[in-house]
Design a protein around this ligand. Structure first.
Ligand code: ZN
Length: 394
């Protein structure tokens, strides 16, 4: 039989729909899959047979019968392979070995003392090597590596601009692929975090989600109608550079009054008060860990600073809420360690400022995955790319 390209494409699409349905909603019977996808039973049955042969789906004991023989249930086989998710941060590199469902098998991290690409590459190798050694024996082995980076990434995975690392035009993807011999997905850290929260954390079942990552800057990952929104050229989400003060502090991006100067760890550099226009250069810049210790001891200056950071976070989030009308906002990143002192002022500001219709069914929460959202999300990006390559036989 001659098979046209269209038939192959349709089959591939149907197969990925069946696989995705089993992955997200399983255990399901073949009839359940047919009802949920609208594909006829014969098609589902054929595709399921292939997926079973490929070990991506497995059968478990009989489910509930609606009369007659009890059906066998289908489950996604999360143990068919494993993935590595990496977050390249400004101060540390974190990596996690996961199964295909984001269950963490092993984690490693290493401090990042120097920001040149060679040092970063060495740190990535240091955290990744032990994970690869410990990876269990699985049908597909290591299916890929995902990495979230603090900067703008183009469609080819080249890091165009990462101001906090001082990088321009670094092709991390090719380097890592040559080193590890698997396909590598590079994305912005906030996009990776958004994917992590949507897949495994506070954003599950949410179709319109804005993930705000607050650390040494602010970036956002926007999921619109279930899809990560990347903009025309992949640079969307640089919300840390929205101005919230028209003549405010001067930013390294060349603009003034950028959100991240007031509502991220960058605000710590303006320790004499948030009215200050220039950072206090001689001030030792304290870390979030040190400052949250002070806050927990009731230090008045630190408490006031966090309340103000919370208020400013709320102002920027209000702009995102009014602009995008999301169902849910998830705040993640290192600043969430200070959640207890930030959250009240942040929520009060959103309640006071956001438009009433936008606010009515809005949920605002902090990350469920804590500091792991970007690494887990990066692992998911690799898994998702792998599942997208699933073969069809005709
Ligand atoms: Zn800026």
């Amino acid at each position: 039989m001659r098979v046209t390209g269209d038939q192959a494409l349709v089959k591939k699409l149907n197969k990925s729909i069946v696989l995705d349905t089993i992955r997200r909603k399983g255990p399901l019977s073949r009839t359940d899959v047919s009802e949920r996808t609208g594909l006829n039973k014969a098609t589902v049955s054929n595709l399921t047979t292939e997926l079973l042969e490929q070990q991506l789906v497995e059968e478990t004991g009989p489910g509930q019968s609606s009369g007659g023989r009890k059906p066998l249930m289908l489950l996604f086989n999360a143990a068919a392979g494993c993935a590595v998710g990496i977050e390249l941060g400004v101060t540390a590199v974190k990596a996690a070995l996961t199964d295909l469902r984001g269950r963490i098998l092993l984690e490693r991290s290493a401090p990042l003392a120097d920001h040149d690409p060679e040092s970063a590459f060495a740190a990535i190798r240091e955290v990744t090597a032990p994970l690869l050694e410990a990876a269990p024996h699985t049908p597909y082995g290591l299916i890929g590596i995902g990495i979230g980076v603090p900067g703008m990434v183009d469609e080819d995975g080249v890091i165009l601009y990462a101001p906090n690392l001082g990088w321009e035009g670094v092709d991390l993807k090719s380097r890592l692929e040559a080193e590890f011999g698997v396909s590598v997905v590079v994305d912005n850290e906030a996009n990776a975090g958004a994917a992590g929260e949507r897949e495994y954390g506070a954003g599950r079942h949410v179709r319109h989600l804005v993930y705000v990552s607050a650390g040494m800057g602010i970036g956002s990952g926007m999921i619109i109608d279930g899809q990560l929104y990347k903009g025309a050229w992949g640079y969307a989400g640089e919300t840390g550079h929205m101005s919230i003060e028209s003549d405010g502090r001067l930013c390294s991006c060349g603009s003034r009054g950028c959100w991240e100067l007031y509502a991220s760890e960058r605000a710590y550099a303006y320790a004499d008060g948030l009215e200050q226009a220039e950072p206090a250069r001689d001030m030792p810049v304290l870390t979030t860990r040190e400052l949250t210790e002070r806050a927990s001891l009731g230090d008045a200056g630190t408490l006031a600073m966090y309340a103000e950071i919370g208020r400013r976070l709320g102002i920027g989030i209000t702009n995102l809420v009014n602009g995008f009308n999301p169902e849910k906002i998830v705040v993640g990143g290192p600043l969430t360690e200070a959640k207890a002192w930030i959250e009240p002022a942040m929520l009060a500001e959103i309640a006071q400022r956001a438009l009433p219709y936008h606010r009515r069914e809005l949920a605002v929460s902090f990350s469920e995955l804590g500091s792991r959202s970007a690494a887990l999300g990066a692992a998911h990006l690799a898994v998702s790319q792998f599942l997208g390559r699933v073969r069809v036989s005709l």
